[in-house]
Write a protein that binds this ligand. Structure first.
Ligand code: DSN
Length: 417
């Protein structure tokens, strides 16, 4: 009865696979799995339950996932040099909820990056934080808009005494000043959470700030942006005793029960990839972002934060208001298989969220597919052809991408000729 509907589902999946294999995928929060990591998804684990911890489950039949989960934790601790890891949140926001629900009490004052300042929605009044308290203050920013103003933030923290500060953001060009603000955090006794969802792979590759070494009590993240794994969440910490027990309860039963076992085996494989190739990968991701930013500038684009070298992460921000704004530009590029997202820039009012001035570009996925500086020049030229010179570049994009079909920085065999 539903056979044509099912065939349509199968067709859509095939079309998606083929389409995105022939796109320049530049969304800063996305990534691809290696072939070997992807090959262990879709197993029997996608049918099973395993609440609790390895060896202490509420179900029978969990021996094999116990072995995998224990190894995921073991090798993530090795990769990040920390004492504890919680791998059961199924997304970055779910990890945030697990931590926030234990730390933030009604009426607490919490300090975060604002939305125009790049802050994630889960840090805002409209998101996970706002379910716990309405007293959400934002970090004052420097004139350029892309940095927290350390002096003014110290003053604001001393005056308002937040109980939790949340660093990290979604438009994340430069490190947040965790070390610089830590003495004030200590003095006022606040919790320091760092949301490293976007930059986890750069932290793992030792090419970005190391929040746990700079004073953050908790590093929350997702595992599928610069960290090139399956879609899950993660909590890392060196806190011991009751502090960690609270986080543990925050994850289960606080914010999840079963934790989508199917994506744990690929997470383990990705962790091995990052132990082996993380440094090389993260260096190239950042070098590519810096090169792409400069190449876009040469095409005449208003690339943000030029005076600071454009970026120290995987992201590039461009003001495209003169080409119709972020919504129009990202739609036009999508028609040409160049996939990126519109993004608010620091000085925009929140009312601009539907058609902000900016676009955000991430280099992590195309870096993993083997692209380097020469390809960043080519991407900038294609974007310039499309937006500045009004050309259709779909065929050139497909042709270019056809040469980049193997996941690098992984144990995948080279593609067969
Ligand atoms: N806010 C999303 C992004 O940065 O694309 C992630 O949740």
């Amino acid at each position: 009865m539903f056979s044509s509907h099912i065939a349509r589902v199968e067709e859509l999946v095939r079309e998606q696979n083929d389409w995105r294999d022939h796109c320049l995928n530049l969304i800063a929060s996305e990534q691809v799995l290696s072939r070997r990591a992807r090959s262990v998804m879709g197993s029997d684990f996608c049918h099973r339950y395993a609440e609790g911890h390895p060896g202490e489950r509420y179900y029978q039949g969990t021996e094999k996932i116990d072995a995998i989960e224990a190894d995921v934790k073991r090798y993530l601790k090795k990769l990040f040099g920390c004492l504890h890891t919680e791998v059961r949140p199924i997304s970055g926001t779910n990890a945030n909820e697990a931590v926030f629900s234990r730390y933030i009490k009604p009426g607490d004052i919490v300090m975060v990056n604002s939305t125009p300042g790049g802050g994630h929605i889960s840090h805002q009044k409209a998101g996970a934080v706002g379910k716990l308290t309405r007293n959400v203050l934002t970090f004052p920013r420097t004139k350029d808009g892309y940095h927290i103003d350390v002096g003014r933030t110290k003053d604001l923290m001393r005056a308002t005494k937040p109980t939790t500060v949340i660093f990290g953001k979604s438009l994340f060009l430069f490190p947040d000043p965790v070390a610089e603000l830590f003495d004030v955090c200590e003095k006022i006794g606040c919790r320091v959470v760092y949301d490293g969802a976007h930059v986890l792979g750069l932290i793992a590759g030792k090419q970005f700030q190391d929040p746990l070494r700079e004073g953050a009590h908790i590093l929350n993240a997702s595992t599928h942006k610069t960290f090139p794994g399956p879609q899950r969440g993660l909590i890392l910490s060196n806190l011991g005793g009751d502090d960690w027990r609270q986080i543990d309860k925050g994850a289960f039963p606080g914010s999840s029960s079963n934790h989508h076992l199917d994506t744990l085996p690929p997470l383990l494989i990705t962790t091995f990839e990052m132990l082996a190739f993380g440094e090389e990968y993260a260096k190239q991701v950042i070098a590519n972002a810096q090169h792409l930013a400069a190449a876009l500038e040469k095409q005449g684009f208003d690339v943000q934060a030029k005076e600071f070298g454009y970026t120290k992460s995987h992201q590039v921000a461009v003001d495209v208001s003169r080409y119709g704004g972020g919504s129009a530009v990202s739609s036009l590029l999508k028609e040409n298989n160049i996939i990126l997202n519109m993004n608010m820039l620091p000085f925009e009012p929140i009312s601009h969220h539907d058609n902000p001035a900016g676009v955000r570009i991430g280099t992590q996925e195309m870096t993993r597919m083997g692209m380097k500086q020469a390809e960043m020049d080519q991407i900038a030229l294609l974007i310039g052809d499309c937006l500045v010179r009004g050309k259709r570049v779909l065929d050139e994009v497909k042709k270019m991408r056809a040469n980049f079909q193997t996941v690098h920085y992984s144990f995948d065999a080279p593609a067969k000729k």
